[in-house]
Design a binder for this molecule. Structure first.
Ligand SMILES: [Zn+2]
Length: 53
């Protein structure tokens, strides 16, 4: 795979992740994508809860 198609693939995966936004299990607020230790996680900006995809 060349660099261009790898970048395209990464962007697609990120978009797919962003479209499927979960709600916070604690306060039911919509969670925001965040990054921790190079991994994508979901973070609630209302109560600070995090969850792994
Ligand atoms: Zn919350």
């Amino acid at each position: 795979m060349d660099d261009l198609s790898r970048q395209r693939q990464l962007r697609l995966e990120r978009d797919a992740l962003a479209m499927d936004v979960p709600n916070c299990p604690a306060c039911l607020h919509q969670m925001e994508p965040a990054e921790a230790n190079g991994e994508y996680i979901w973070e609630c900006h209302e109560c600070g809860a995090t969850r792994f995809p």
